[in-house]
Design a protein around this ligand. Structure first.
Ligand code: ADP
Ligand code: MG
Length: 699
């Protein structure tokens, strides 16, 4: 169908084999269809020149016309930047460059009229535009006054003379080539009517050649929907077939291991949420299908106990279980809590990490192979092929975001049928994102903390308030409490990291001569790290200076203060994880976010979110709204069947819900995938999937 759209790009006039190769390699454009789906990433509305005095927050790219009246290179090293003042007679805006300063410094002329394109932002109440595009106003005056599309290109393409402008011309030719050919819409008409979506060609034309800015939203929505719909269709289709076809081990018994422990050895009553989650898991385990479940629960919500009870169920059904943690420290901690809880129960728990060596390692491996080890705790070394279980039936993965989809799949090979998998995470992922990224996982949530916890009080201090911080820490330490001081990791600058950490350490030693200060960081040997942690755990050191190595899972109930230096450098989810290291005892705990004095509005808002709430889900949602999904998106993208070009995983999550529902309805109505009105749609899905495979084969 629509063979014209499958035309090789090299047949477009002026492309030829060389440029076709370039377009394929740089932008994955191979066919006319790919070219037409290469949408502009922005438009410049050349029909409106704005006045500086009329700019308001939240405006997209705007065009200004005026002159540069001052310029200045400020700061040094990493912080060096070029600033310039730009005026159009109605107001003043500060322009800022952080890169290529020298070039811009030379290029900027006084007494010269520029057309400026940029995105206005406010910083400490002052209007500024970072990295604007500037062109000579006179030279630009013969350009048509319309919405001008701008297309992504790469450095390599620019070097070979293929610019955004070239792409605009190619798109134009593509339109000419398809003209007169009836093109079928990948979205069936009834769906378009139901969800009020523009037809394919109309929307396509608008996206490349909008008459005015107000034409864009409808056309954009149509293609965002299309993209999200096919994404959801693929995910749902895959997870349905997997669910129907993957046989698991039925766990039919609740036996003595579980019951004895539950009735006689539980140190506390389970919370309602813990009980509900265990019921959900038990129901899964009884079905005969393999369980794949994500357990989300905020820091301190008691996921470990849930994991332990699941392992005991496995033991009762004559299966082995294992728990994987992302670091050795955490694996050791899990091992310690499990052996503590199980005390004199006849269940053998063993630890396997890189630190377990020689005879001891051999004994553990032997026990795993002959089945005498019931529960194996360790790092991801557990999934290596050399570790062979007699009969593995249940796997717990703690802190999932460090275990990829592929690693999970490796586990499936560990027994004749895949073991049940419980992935536990304290990183709260908003529901829509979880549904998409972990489309093949069912989700359980522990949305309740054990009783009696005092909410952590969070304060935001700036450098100018540092004396208050010192007093606060001293007060807590005198009460017998302990404190963490965490420094951010600066990417790609390990020396600087260590220097910041050491400076911080020395300052604390000077400030608190009456207390002992310890330090941990990622460059230390595991044994040194462990020793430093141990000193802090048993109270020999009172202050612990560290990088984010303590982020996950570390448990020192006597620590009541968490100081986070340069808090503005952390994502909110990470701040939340760090904050969760305190508030584990009965005392009031504090989290102090230290930042610079001068802050962007965005940073100020982000800190305020942390001060206002301790609910991890609220924080995750806010973080995504304010900053975009950051790390999560990286993880998310890698787990997705194909890349999104126009829709955004987080910003478009409402539309994603709609698209998911639509996809679910389609699957329900057409399980055999043979309804005539769906044929174009199924073919389109096949094509999307095929393209992806080709790409991965190339790269
Ligand atoms: P996380 O979900 O962060 O892994 P943990 O499992 O480490 O949380 O539990 C945090 C603390 O709460 C532990 O000290 C644990 O013993 C305790 N805890 C867990 N469940 C309960 C409960 N139902 N009642 C009281 N304390 C609990
Ligand atoms: Mg935990």
């Amino acid at each position: 169908m629509d063979p014209i759209l499958q035309t090789d790009i090299k047949y477009v006039k002026s492309v030829g084999p060389l440029r076709a190769k370039l377009l394929g390699e740089e932008l994955n454009i191979f066919t006319l269809r790919d070219l037409l789906y290469h949408f502009p990433y922005k438009y410049i509305d050349r029909s409106v020149i704005h006045s500086i005095s009329n700019l308001v927050e939240g405006m997209p790219y705007v065009l200004l016309k005026g002159q540069v009246v001052a310029k200045n290179v400020e700061g040094s090293g990493r912080r060096e930047r070029l600033t310039a003042l730009f005026t159009d007679g109605t107001g003043m805006v500060e322009l800022v460059w952080f890169n290529s300063l020298r070039m811009w410094d030379k290029r900027l002329l006084y007494n010269h009229t520029y057309l400026l394109l940029g995105k206005p932002a406010w910083f400490n109440g002052r209007l500024n535009i970072a990295h604007p595009e500037l062109e000579d106003a006179d030279a630009a005056s013969d350009q048509p006054l319309t919405m001008q599309p701008h297309y992504h290109t790469s450095e390599r393409m620019k070097k070979q003379g293929v610019t955004s402008h070239t792409l605009a011309e190619l798109v134009q030719r593509a339109f000419e080539m398809v003209q007169g050919h009836p093109l079928s819409d990948p979205l069936p008409e009834y769906l378009r009517t139901r969800y009020n979506l523009q037809p394919f060609m109309q929307a396509l034309h608008t996206l490349h050649h909008p008459g005015q800015a107000t034409d864009l939203p409808d056309a954009t929505r149509r293609f965002k929907f299309e993209e999200l719909f096919f994404l959801q269709l693929d995910i749902l289709r895959y997870s349905q077939s997997r669910r129907q076809n993957t046989q698991g081990f039925p766990f039919l018994r609740v036996g003595n291991h579980f019951l004895d422990f539950y009735h006689h050895s539980m140190p506390f009553e389970l919370t309602g949420a813990q009980k509900r989650v265990i019921r959900e898991i038990r129901a899964d385990l009884a079905t005969g299908r393999q369980m794949n479940r994500l357990l989300q629960g905020d820091v301190g919500s008691g996921k470990t106990m849930v994991a332990l009870l699941c392992c005991l169920l496995a033991t009762d059904n004559n299966f082995q279980a294992c728990i994987m943690a992302p670091t050795e420290i955490l694996a050791e901690q899990h091992y310690a809590s499990l052996t503590g809880y199980l005390n004199d129960h006849p269940v053998r728990v063993a630890l396997l990490t890189g630190a377990v060596k020689g005879k001891q390692r051999k004994a553990v491996m032997q026990g795993v192979a002959d089945g005498s080890v019931n529960i194996l705790v360790g790092t991801h070394a557990l999934i290596e092929p050399t570790v062979s279980f007699l009969n593995l039936g249940f796997v717990v993965i703690d802190e999932q975001h460090r275990f990829g989809v592929k690693q999970r799949a490796m586990l499936w090979q560990k027994n004749v049928r895949p073991p049940h998998i419980l992935v536990m995470t304290a990183t709260p992922i908003p529901r829509t994102l979880a549904m998409t990224v972990y489309g093949d996982l069912d989700v359980s949530v522990i949305d309740e903390l054990p009783p009696g916890r005092k909410p952590i009080q969070t304060l935001h201090y700036r450098q100018a308030d540092r004396h208050k911080l010192v007093e606060g820490i001293r007060h807590q330490l005198r009460e017998g409490r302990q404190a963490y001081v965490v420094y951010p990791l600066i990417k790609e600058n390990e020396k600087q990291n260590l220097r910041d950490l050491e400076t911080g350490y020395n300052q604390l030693v000077d400030t608190f001569p009456e207390f002992r200060v310890g330090m941990v960081h990622g460059k230390m040997k595991p044994a040194e790290k462990e020793a430093a942690m141990q000193q802090f755990k048993c109270g020999n050191t009172h202050l612990l200076v560290s990088t984010t190595v303590i982020e996950v899972g570390v448990n020192v109930p006597n620590a009541s203060v968490m100081v986070i230096e340069n808090a503005e450098r952390f994502g909110l989810a990470q701040l939340h994880q760090l904050r969760g290291r305190v508030g584990r005892g009965a005392d009031q705990s504090y989290c102090i976010l230290m930042t610079e004095n001068r802050l962007s509005d965005l940073t100020r808002r982000r800190m305020q979110v942390m001060v206002d709430t301790t609910d991890g889900f609220v924080i995750a949602e806010e973080d995504m709204k304010l900053r975009g999904p950051g790390d999560l998106e990286g993880t998310a993208q890698s787990g997705m069947p194909f890349d999104l070009k126009i829709a955004h995983l987080v910003k478009d999550r409402e539309l994603m819900e709609v698209a998911r529902q639509a996809a679910a309805d389609v699957l329900l109505a057409d399980p055999a995938e043979n309804l005539p009105q769906h044929q174009t749609m199924w073919q389109h899905l096949q094509r999307l999937k095929k393209t992806r495979i080709n790409f991965s084969a190339i790269s």
